[in-house]
Design a protein around this ligand. Structure first.
Ligand code: SAM
Ligand code: SF4
Length: 465
């Protein structure tokens, strides 16, 4: 595709119009939107604009309850876990909010060798991880993009005791269609890239040099990825750069564009909030900082606006905020994260991290916490390995069929984790959780689950439906 001939699909005027000069909606109008949301068909942009401006405490609490119902109905109690894996912090761009920006002299630069990447992966596998999100700055060592491709192969090749990484999602700068094809050929899961801000003027203010200055090259990244056959893509705004209400409506325009052009929207949405980063003024004091309440509203609104798209919550957020948003609609979480290359395998840490974390707990602590809250930690990677990606995934998800896969797979991969990595306390708590989950399932799901769980108990691994 020649991206220059594509017309950008973000209509700023329409968004501003939806957000300004509107009389406050009546509570009955708002409740009509909630009633529509519960039907799981999503809500339109005007309805999203109305919800994004809610101030009334009672209606906000009804919004949260609606999001909880949608989340429970579609996703049940499972939460998929992953870890970010930073392979390099070399970067040629000047994103004013990021510690990796080219001019930052306070940062220790490092691109891991393939051996160092393997060492990181071994640590993650031995914590029980099965999914990683490979992350890198927009510059590679001398071998160029080949470096990223080799890294993906290295990660899949590492085996440690009984474990391995089964799905690698990738967050690297936008590529050409040819390079996306190469990425697809090494079997990545989701390709993820954030527009940061959909607001063109703000975008040009915060990206002052490098390839990333080109707003449209980034905006059409997902089009090129899909044209190259990568069906699962992940999008998101970097929250705090501009008005979150604008970003949500613009992101919905992005989703509508992908649905129209490719018949399927993004697989996941991430909701990163700006965190302090070495030497960055804007990250220390975001111009449009979101309050915790607005952040929760945003998650709840996304959950009901695009009910079948996964929402990812990273360890940028504190344990408290993470706990609150799990119930509101989050379906994937990172745990035990480090944002510097070699952050998992090396004790001595240089000043090399991308931003500060809000949740410093280990993977095991997060797992115990989410289990106590009634969620099932899931390490499932079945869909993409069975080719249930893109439109095929959505076609199964929409009639609710996916539940017969996700819930049993969540329980069997959780049991794998308990048996291979858990201590006795975790195993006892986990077994109780599994027994209670089986009780709640319908007969068909319970039969599938029981079969998978028995296979895992008998020593089999990587069992899924
Ligand atoms: N370099 C590639 C790019 O910019 O797309 C991919 C990796 S970049 C390290 C991943 C994401 O980190 C960025 O898209 C941005 O949203 C996020 N990020 C950068 N600085 C951040 C900060 N201070 N707080 C939170 N997230 C940040
Ligand atoms: Fe580089 Fe990405 Fe950080 Fe921008 S956000 S400075 S492109 S690593």
């Amino acid at each position: 595709m020649n991206h220059e001939v594509d017309t950008p699909f973000i209509d700023e005027r329409k968004i501003e119009e939806a957000l300004t000069n509107k009389p406050a909606p009546s509570s009955s109008q708002v409740r009509e939107i909630f009633a529509k949301a519960i039907e799981l068909k999503g809500i339109n942009a005007n309805e999203v604009a109305i919800l994004s401006q809610l101030c009334d405490r009672e209606l906000i609490s009804e919004l949260f309850n609606t999001a909880k119902r949608v989340k429970t109905e579609i996703y049940g109690p499972r939460l998929v876990l992953f870890a970010p894996l930073y392979i390099s912090n070399l970067c040629g761009n000047e994103c004013t909010y990021c510690a990796f920006r080219a001019s930052n002299r306070e940062l220790m630069r490092r691109a891991l060798t393939q051996e160092e990447i393997a060492a990181e992966v071994r640590v993650l596998i031995n914590q029980g991880h099965k999914r990683v999100l490979l992350v890198a700055g927009e510059s590679s060592p001398s071998e160029g993009f080949e470096y990223v491709l080799k890294a993906v192969k290295t990660i899949y090749e590492v085996k440690s005791n009984r474990g391995e990484i089964r799905r690698i999602n990738v967050n690297v700068a936008p590529l050409s269609i040819e390079k996306f094809r190469e990425l697809k050929a090494v079997n990545i899961g989701t390709y993820q890239v954030f527009q940061e801000t959909y607001h063109r003027k703000t975008y040009s203010q915060v990206h002052t040099a490098g390839k990333k200055r080109d707003y449209d090259w980034r905006l059409f990244a997902m089009d090129r990825a899909m044209q190259a056959g990568i069906n699962d893509v992940g999008i998101g705004p970097l929250l705090g750069l501009y008005d979150w209400r604008f970003e949500v409506l613009a992101m919905l325009q992005h989703i509508a564009h992908l649905e129209e052009r490719f018949g399927v929207g993004p697989h996941t949405i991430s909701v990163p909030r700006l965190e302090p980063a070495v030497g960055s003024e804007i990250a220390a004091k975001p111009p449009y900082a979101l309050s915790d309440l607005d952040f929760c509203k945003l998650v709840a609104i996304l959950r009901i606006a695009v009910p079948y798209t996964g929402i990812i919550m990273s360890t940028r957020e504190s344990p408290e905020i993470r706990r609150t948003t799990f119930a509101l609609g989050v379906s994937q979480i990172s745990a035990g994260s480090r944002t510097n290359p070699a952050g998992y395998s090396e004790q001595r840490q240089e000043q090399a991290a991308q931003f500060q974390l809000g949740d410093h707990r280990s993977m095991a602590e997060v797992i115990q916490d989410v289990t106590k809250m009634g969620f099932t930690p899931s390490f499932c990677t079945a869909c993409y390995r069975l080719g249930r990606t893109g439109r095929d995934f959505m076609d199964m998800a929409k009639p609710g069929e996916i539940k017969n896969h996700c819930d049993p797979n969540a329980l069997s991969t959780y049991l794998e984790y308990l048996l291979d990595y858990g201590d006795t306390v975790m195993q006892n708590e986990g077994e109780k959780h599994i027994a209670a989950s089986l009780e709640r399932m319908d007969a068909q799901q319970r039969a599938i689950s029981t079969r998978l769980l028995e296979a895992v108990r008998s020593g089999k691994r990587d069992e899924f439906v």
